[in-house]
Design a protein around this ligand. Structure first.
Ligand SMILES: NC(=O)c1ccc[n+]([C@@H]2O[C@H](COP(=O)([O-])OP(=O)(O)OC[C@H]3O[C@@H](n4cnc5c(N)ncnc54)[C@H](OP(=O)(O)O)[C@@H]3O)[C@@H](O)[C@H]2O)c1
Length: 305
């Protein structure tokens, strides 16, 4: 790590940190937290002229390998928060992008890469979306730059795609017909906790080369998640009828009718709902102590934003 870095608890301050996806749901919340923690933050986006957040806007397009060396030069820690889930060929795009980013990070002499991926057990047969997240992990690790992976299920916060899907369904429908996946368990986490964990591993050598599972305080089925969101939003529960067959394709058409989430993204997310996504270890709490919020608290915060 650069000599400017000073140890603060488990993390460090005074580092140069590149945040990719700085305009996104997670990145836009992470950048100000890192800046307040004393880091020099570069906010990478394909549209730096339009950027009005904190940190220094820098241009970089992970689809254009030649554009990556400049933003990564003199960077201590690079945080990878890019995906192309809204594209039909997202697996190929995300793999090529991760490969290019890994090579550029290694060439630039970056000391730590951090990636926010998805929970889920490989032996359960992961969806294309979750498989792609794992492939990105492997490609980033192949750079030889120490990688820290944080894996999360649904992140609850205003503007998060999965949370918006939940909120808009619950808001617009008086009752719901859900397929079998609704009884799969998940462990949603508040965006504030995700940002706390990401900031806590920045420059933290105990996190180098390690994968951590993140989770909120509650494990619940998708049906219970919808119910609790309805109770928080409307003060009452929602009639939910589980049916044996409702294909991801059909579900996504129906979701496109009642939400503004783009149908390709919705399809990819729904397809992942057959995979149980819960935390199996809590090692992250040794590095970044503190109690994560429960689902209802996370929902209240998201609705209050
Ligand atoms: N949201 C969740 O519930 C959730 C759950 C688990 C894991 N994650 C993971 O968290 C990460 C961030 O997700 P998010 O929800 O914050 O995403 P998001 O809001 O959709 O933001 C995506 C970001 O990617 C950037 N981007 C897209 N294509 C790019 C390209 N070709 N070159 C450079 N930047 C590009 C966009 O920046 P510009 O358009 O400004 O260039 C944007 O800031 C992802 O890896 C995701 O898999 C999210």
């Amino acid at each position: 790590m650069s000599s400017a870095g000073a140890v603060t608890g488990g993390g460090r301050e005074g580092l140069t940190v590149l945040v990719t996806g700085a305009t996104g749901f997670v990145g836009s919340r992470l950048v100000p937290v890192l800046a307040r923690a004393g880091h020099r933050v570069r906010a990478m986006t394909r549209h730096p002229d339009a950027y009005d957040g904190s940190g220094e806007p820098v241009y970089g397009d992970v689809g254009d390998p030649d554009s990556l060396l400049e933003p990564l030069t003199d960077v201590d820690v690079a945080i990878y928060l890019v995906h192309s889930l809204g594209e039909a060929d997202f697996e190929r795009r995300d793999a090529e992008a991760a490969r290019a980013f890994a090579i550029a990070a290694q060439e630039a002499g970056v000391r730590q890469l951090i990636y926010l991926g998805g929970l889920g057990e490989e032996q359960d047969g992961l969806s294309a979306h979750l498989r792609s997240r794992r492939q990105v992990e492997q490609l980033l690790a192949s750079s030889g730059v120490p990688l820290t992976v944080l894996r999360a299920a649904i992140i609850v916060g205003a503007g998060g795609i999965s949370w918006e899907l939940t909120r808009q369904l619950v808001k617009h429908l008086p009752a719901m017909v859900v397929p079998r996946w609704a009884s799969t368990r998940t462990q949603p986490i508040a965006i504030d906790d995700v940002v706390r964990y990401l900031a806590g591993v920045v420059g933290n050598e105990a996190a180098f080369g390690r994968t951590f599972e993140l989770g909120g305080a509650d494990r619940l089925t998708y049906t219970a998640m919808l119910q609790q969101a309805a109770e928080e939003l409307h003060g009452r529960s929602l009639p939910i009828l589980e049916v044996p067959v409702l294909t991801p394709r059909l579900s996504s058409y129906w979701i496109a009718l009642v939400t503004d989430v783009d149908p390709v993204t919705a399809r990819n997310l729904i397809d992942s709902m057959r995979n149980e996504v819960v935390q199996h270890d809590q090692d992250i709490r040794e590095l970044v102590p503190g109690e994560p919020l429960g689902y209802r608290q996370a929902v209240r915060r998201a609705l209050g934003e």
